[in-house]
Every structure is written in C-alpha cells, then in structure tokens.
Design a protein around this ligand. Sequence first.
Ligand SMILES: [Zn+2]
Length: 113
Amino acid sequence: MFCTEDKELLRVDHIPIVRHTKVRMDANPYFDTQYFIDRKFHHGMKRLSGRFKQIWKNQHGCCYHCGLPMDISDEREIFFKVPKAMGGKDEVRNMAYVHKHCQQIFLERRAKA
Ligand SMILES: [Zn+2]
C-alpha cells in the first residue's frame, strides 16, 4: 500500500464502476422533456443504493418541496415529512430528498410563519 505516516493513497477498487449512459442522438432537451426527466431518475437509481435508492424511487427523483426533477449531482438534503422533534421516525416513508436551496426556502418560510 502506498502511504506516508499519516496519508494513504485512495484505493480505487473501493469505487464502484458506473457506466455512463449516452444521450439518445435524436433527443431534444426542449421537446423530449420526459426523456430527460427519466434519464435523470435512472441515473440516480444507478448511483444510490439501499434505503437512499428507495427514497429516490418513491418520489421518482423529484424534489419533495418544488416537484422538479433532481439531478443526482445537485446539492440535496433529506427532509423528514414529520419532523423528528414531533416524533417523526428515521424511516424511508418519512424521508424525502429535497434540493438544498428548496430546504433553505422552506426553513425561512417556516421561521416567519
Ligand atoms: Zn426543489
């Protein structure tokens, strides 16, 4: 293993290989919107695993707050539908992905209410 006293080289065999799916040649981002939404969804399904994959699947890759399709590389957070402070459980059906900026707007609005 390549390492120094306090650092070691990243082991690339720990990183799963994720094949890139090419964009269909005739797909137009302005007309074939559903194709691109589905593509983003399937991309997330390939990248996520376990309960995170299930959460993504439950909401078809769309933000729980704004309803827009999320990109797996977007900054996102887990939103608890019933807040933990109000007895919400740490389980898949109580959890949803939200855009990080949507969550910030949500928290600001809640603070004002
Ligand atoms: Zn959103």
